[in-house]
Design a protein around this ligand. Structure first.
Ligand code: DGT
Ligand code: CA
Ligand code: CA
Length: 574
């Protein structure tokens, strides 16, 4: 069992107890435990199996330690089962809706008997929610919007949610001797921000035995179908997996077909028809039904006179024309990124110290790290004794001097005021290498005013970047209403970078806007938004988004070595 899976038991328990109105200290203890487990470098399953005394770890008391042992050994937590019985089975779904926390869920359940998203939708449509104390017409509208959005997208999995299951299943399949080639295809291979299901493709000496092995994976909840060459299962987290075995001769064709996207496949098939050929998952065939390609994807693209198209680009958004003309972008690679340009520390919303973060990025071989803790925390008692801003700048300066192998950029993330001004004194801004601005509130301004507000902030001479530029949260919240074309044009004009963050449910900018930014000549920066060392890996998800957005290394600030980066950041010199 992974740490994340163990942590989930405690999170659910914390949420249910809060809906119940239980003792806040107990609730906090469960949540702290969840966080400790999730972010720990230790493998808790291993620790339990080795008989290690877990109560020695921070935030883990004896009672929690016992519960962890119970989860690891039985796969269950009896306390959670007990509390679950007091509620309708789907009550925790309510928390997936933007604007509903445990307190509101409790009110909705106690006063209107709402125990599922269905109930919630009905109550909102019947305008019953606005009558409750603590709710009004606006919250009711927001809730209804949230339910509709969730129903539309919520059955999809965030890439980062599917990834650990995909990897574990991949490793499990790889162990089977009969399997030779193996790829997770579909939207997962295209690195889409959400995936509907996994599509796995293999070649095997023994398809029947391979199917037995596949359905024997230990995280299978249900075997939907099992055949000679294809099977479908549902994993315990409800993620569906389609698995197919094909021959070596048609592996490339099958890989191309099942990688998709569907519009990309259709466009290729159309090209084939024009040449009098036929394309399907078995190969490319000429007029006489002779196989003319199919072993590899490269072979297929070559046959059509195209350059190889990376999976991230296969969306029928112009990649086919570009491949025919030899004009595909040279997509940015992970090792081109020299450092993370947006991390937090305990100076604001992070849970690890600057030093711990620096140690962690050193281990991953980065050349620099940019902290951008939040202005509201840093300026909370500015000018008084124990000034947090002073402490922050001093610590970052000291770390920069102490660690010779890594440069540290001092940053601040400022929430833009309603009128577009920045709530920080001008003279303070000169202390920072990175001045980030972001929209934190007034999400419901109309498009014109929201756009004007952001443009005002971008025009500020000290500003380096606009962070999480659209404010969306995947499956939970559409971004604010804003004219992104104008924001992007202004970013290019004022030499303000646009962030692509790697937080699994934000990934903001998305692929379409990232490409629009590149085309407009704006620079982008990739970040993890890490609040602790564990989350530094989120940068990979930002990289996926960048590649889906057709970005090359030269479009991205953090591919620059430190010296050139600081020059690029110093405005006017770029
Ligand atoms: P998902 O699962 O919704 O995240 O998206 P995909 O792209 O993984 O779609 P999925 O799982 O329905 O199918 C996997 C691939 O199979 C898809 O990317 C393209 C191919 N495919 C599926 N249905 C069709 C079809 O009707 N026509 C063509 N040409 N290809 C298809
Ligand atoms: Ca799929
Ligand atoms: Ca599928």
């Amino acid at each position: 069992m992974t740490n994340a899976e163990i942590a989930r038991f405690f999170k659910e328990l914390g949420d249910l107890l809060e809906i119940k109105g239980d003792n806040p200290f107990r609730i906090r203890a469960y949540r702290n435990a969840a966080r400790t487990i999730e972010t720990s470098g230790y493998d808790f399953t291993k620790l339990v199996k080795e008989g290690y005394d877990l109560s020695q770890l921070p935030d883990i008391g004896e009672r929690i330690a016992k519960k962890i042992a119970e989860i690891v050994t039985t796969g269950k937590l009896s306390k959670l089962e007990e509390v679950k019985k007091e509620f309708p089975p789907h009550i925790l779904d309510l928390l997936k809706i933007e604007g509903i926390g445990p307190k509101r869920a409790r009110a909705l359940y106690e006063q209107l008997g709402i125990g599922s998203l269905e109930d919630l939708k009905k109550a909102a449509e019947a305008h019953k929610i606005r009558e409750l104390p603590g709710f009004d017409v606006k919250t009711e509208e927001k809730i209804l919007k949230g339910v509709v959005l969730y129903k539309k997208e919520g059955r999809r999995f965030l890439y980062a949610e599917a990834e650990p299951y995909a990897m574990e299943l991949y490793d499990y399949l790889k162990k089977h001797e009969a399997i030779h080639q193996l790829t997770i295809a579909g939207s997962f291979r295209r690195r889409k921000e959400t995936v509907g299901d996994l599509d796995i493709l293999a070649t095997s000496d023994d398809p029947l035995g391979t199917m037995d092995h596949f359905v024997g994976f230990d995280k299978v909840k249900e075997v939907v179908s099992k055949g000679d060459t294809r099977s479908t299962i549902i994993l315990e987290n409800n993620l569906q997996v389609d698995f197919r075995c094909v021959t070596d001769l048609s592996y490339g064709a099958a890989l191309h077909y099942f990688t998709g996207s569907k519009p990309h496949n259709i466009a290729i098939r159309k090209m084939a028809v024009e040449k009098g050929w036929k394309v399907n998952e078995y190969g490319v065939f000429d007029e006489t039904m002779q196989r003319i390609a199919g072993k590899t994807e490269e072979e297929i693209y070559r046959l059509f006179g195209m350059d190889y198209i990376e999976p991230e680009l296969r969306e029928d958004r112009g990649e086919i024309e570009a491949a025919l003309e030899g004009k595909l972008p040279r997509l940015v690679e992970g090792d081109a990124i020299r450092g993370d340009l947006h991390c937090y520390s305990t100076h604001s919303i992070g849970t690890a110290s600057c030093e711990e973060m620096v140690e962690a990025v050193l281990r991953q071989g980065d050349a620099y790290i940019g902290f951008a803790d939040r202005a509201d925390h840093l300026l909370s008692s500015h000018g008084k004794s124990g000034d947090p801003l002073e402490a922050y700048l001093k610590e970052l300066g000291e770390l920069d001097r102490r660690y010779k192998k890594i440069r540290i950029l001092k940053g601040i993330e400022i929430a833009i005021d309603a009128d577009g001004s920045l709530p920080v004194a001008e003279d303070l801004l000169t202390s920072f290498d990175l001045v980030y601005v972001t929209v934190e509130d007034h999400f419901d301004l109309d498009k014109k005013r929201q756009t004007r507000r952001i443009l005002a902030a971008l025009a500020h001479p000290a500003v380096t970047a606009l962070t999480h530029p659209t404010g969306r949260i995947i499956s939970r919240r559409n971004g604010y209403s804003v004219d992104m074309e104008r924001v992007i044009a202004a970013a290019a004009e004022h030499r303000v970078a646009l962030e692509i963050d790697g937080h699994p449910d934000r990934l903001d900018l998305n692929d379409v806007y990232a490409r629009m930014a590149r085309d407009a000549g704006a620079k982008l920066l990739l970040s993890s938004l890490a609040q602790n060392p564990e989350e530094l890996r989120f940068r990979t998800y930002a990289l996926h988004q960048a590649r889906r957005g057709w970005l090359e290394a030269s479009d991205i600030l953090n591919t620059l070595p430190y010296g050139r980066l600081t020059k690029a950041l110093a405005k006017g010199e770029r």
